[in-house]
Structures are given as C-alpha cells and as structure tokens.
Design a protein around this ligand. Structure first.
Ligand SMILES: *Cc1c(COP(=O)(O)O)cnc(C)c1O
Length: 364
C-alpha cells in the first residue's frame, strides 16, 4: 500500500492535556470545549472524547447536525448547539437531549411546540451577530420565562459572546450580560449556567468566566491571538505531505504558474504533494516555509491546487521524504500561527481549512 499524499496527524492526548491546562489557567465551575467545524479541523469525535477526558463538562457545536453526529457515536455529555436554520425543526434535537442556544422568539416557540426542550437564552451584548438584540430583549425574556413557567421548555442557561476588540469593549458586553441576567431573575427564572467567554476572553478576564467558559481554539493548542502564544499548550495537529519529485534547476529557470519565482543560481527543488485544495493557503505564496529532514526550506513559486515547490539549495532530499507543513513534532516545522501570519489570516482559518482528501490518523 502506498503512503497517502497528504496526512493529518491528530493527537488526542494533546487536546486532553490542553483542556487540563486551560482549566488551571481559567478556572470556572464548568468548562465547555467547542468542537464545531469538525473539531476545528481535528475531527469532532476525537476532539470531544479528548476534551471530556481532560475534564470538560460540556461540548459546544454550531449546528444541530454536528450535535446529532456526536450523539450518534455515543457521546452522551451535555451538548449545546446555537446556530439554527430559519426553518429549523427541533424535534430530533430535543429527543436526543441537545441543549439549544436560542436567539429569537420564533425559536422559543418552535422549541416549545416540541415540548420540554432545554435552552440557553442567547443575548447579543454588542457583538452584532447571533443573540437577541437590545430592542427585543425584554419581550424575548418575558416570552421565555412564560414558556418556562408553563413547562413547555426549560431555561437552563444564559449566554453571549464577546468581540475581543478591547478590554473595555469586552467588559462593557459583560455589563449588558449581567443586566440581561438580572432581568431574567426578576421574571422569576434563575439560569443554572451563565457563559460569555471563549478562549481569549476566558484567559484574559477572570470576571468574564461566570459559571462556564467555552474553549475552542486553545483546546487544540493554538493561540486565539498573537498575545496568547506562551500558555504551555501543545498543538494537536500536524500536517504532512511528501517529496514526490526532485530536480536540479539552472539560473533563469522559473517555477510554477506565472514564474513568480525564478532560480538565480543553480539549485535543487523538491515537488511536494499538497496544495491549496488541501488547506495550504495560496495567499502565503512567496512567504511560506516547510520542513524536510529537520531543516526549514522556503516554498517557491505560486502555491498550486495540489502541489508546492520547495527550494532546498544544495542539500540532499529524496523522493518519499516526509514534509512537515505545519504542526508540532519538529522544531523546524512551521507552526499554524506562522502560516496564519504568512497568509494574513488567523490560526482558526488555517486549522479549519484542511481539505477533504487529506488522510487522517490519530497518534498519541
Ligand atoms: C466558536 C465559538 C466559541 C469558541 O471560540 P474560540 O475563540 O475558538 O475559543 C465559543 N463560543 C461561541 C458562541 C462560538 O461561536
């Protein structure tokens, strides 16, 4: 059997250790680990199991389909799902005990129609996205409290999400969150779970942890921002491809589409078996490096759909050599954060961009 051209190695034990570490760094009564978007590219099931082993008490996902897929493989921990279709049917979610983040009166009514669903009320405290807006807050909470009293649904939590724009902005959102909580309590409902902070806010602002923090990116050992690089976390993902051709170039020889790189001296280039369809950001053209045999070499020429070309100078490389594109195993391998910088994006975008044809392996 031949070696897959592109390989993603995911370490469950790294995720477990990261979650343990995060619970020390940002303690709260409950820790949710967010495994949306296929566990930020790592695999949702692997990530959820590893997170629970590390002490997470909740799993978070965006869609109900993501939640149901976890139930289908036997994950029975509390799961929260907060992004729903305009015509979302909540029957199966309620039947499988998925807790629903709800943002509109229509959603409250749709859940009530199913009967006895558990909800976390989602308020927009200033992010300007999901969650009930300021103008509808009173009415939304009033309807929710009434449905709760009538036994048509169970309000189990109140949640919001911050922008991370500045300390002041995040603390201002927290104030609006507390206001919404007070309003709900005045309507006779005291939610068990109160949560506002994702990775960055949970790490930065102890006062924003309330009863639960929601860790996504940091659980995978990746930094939410460039201010969060020294937390003692282990990247859980390593992305590799292989050298599939080696050739000698003469001065003046061009490489890849539009000859954006031309050899200025005699040199050896290696053709590597992964490209932008596999998640290597094309925007990193001209800036990126990869690791071969423990040494870092520049990627030259335009990053293509299936292939990149690496300039190894006069060093020895051979067809079949493994190429560390990003990850953790060797110090020479670039980090996800470096790729994010080269592509002018964020770690999240790199991790979730892994393409469908990349072979996946679990490793310790
Ligand atoms: C994605 C998401 C998170 C996790 O965010 P990170 O920055 O990856 O920690 C938490 N809460 C909500 C509502 C989210 O959408």
């Amino acid at each position: 059997m031949s070696t897959p051209l592109r390989r993603l190695y995911v370490s469950a034990s790294a995720i477990t250790a990261n979650v343990k570490r995060l619970r020390e760094l940002a303690p709260a009564r409950d820790t949710m680990v967010v495994v949306k978007a296929n566990g930020y590219g790592h695999g949702a099931e692997v990530a959820a199991r590893a997170a629970l082993a590390g002490g997470a008490s909740w799993i978070g996902v965006a869609d109900i389909d993501e939640a149901l897929a976890l139930r289908a493989v036997g994950i029975d921990a509390p799961i929260l799902s907060w992004l729903h279709a305009a015509d979302q049917d909540f029957v199966e979610a309620v039947a499988r005990d998925i807790t629903l983040g709800v943002s509109t009166i229509a959603q409250l009514n749709a859940v009530a129609l199913v009967g006895r669903g558990t909800v976390h009320l989602k308020v927009d405290t200033g992010l300007g996205r999901n969650g009930v807006g300021r103008d509808n807050l009173d009415e939304f909470l009033t309807v929710a409290a009434r449905l709760h009293d009538e036994g048509l649904l169970v309000i189990n939590g109140l949640m919001s999400h911050v922008s991370g724009t500045s300390r002041e902005a995040d603390l201002g959102q927290a104030e609006r969150f507390v206001h919404a909580h007070d309003l709900l309590v005045s309507l006779g409902v005291t939610p068990t779970h109160l949560h506002l902070a994702a990775s960055a806010a949970a790490l930065d602002h102890p006062s924003l942890r309330f009863t639960m923090v929601r860790f996504g990116i940091a659980a995978y050992g990746l930094a939410p921002t460039s201010d969060h690089t020294d937390l003692g976390l282990t990247p859980a993902m390593r992305f590799e491809a292989s050298v599939i051709n080696v050739k000698r170039l003469q001065p003046g020889d061009g490489v890849s589409y539009n000859f954006r790189w031309v050899a200025s001296t005699e040199t050896t280039v290696a053709l590597v078996s992964a490209g932008y369809a596999d998640g290597i950001p094309r925007a990193a053209t001209g800036r990126a490096s990869v690791e071969i045999r423990g040494t870092r070499y520049p990627v030259v020429g335009t990053i293509a759909m299936d292939q990149i070309v690496v300039n190894v100078g006069d060093d020895d490389v051979a067809e079949g050599d493994a190429v560390g594109i990003w990850g953790d195993r060797s110090a020479a391998t670039p980090s996800v954060a470096e790729w994010a910088e080269w592509a002018d994006t964020i770690t999240y975008d790199i991790a979730t961009g892994i393409g469908g044809r990349v072979a996946r392996f679990e490793r310790p």
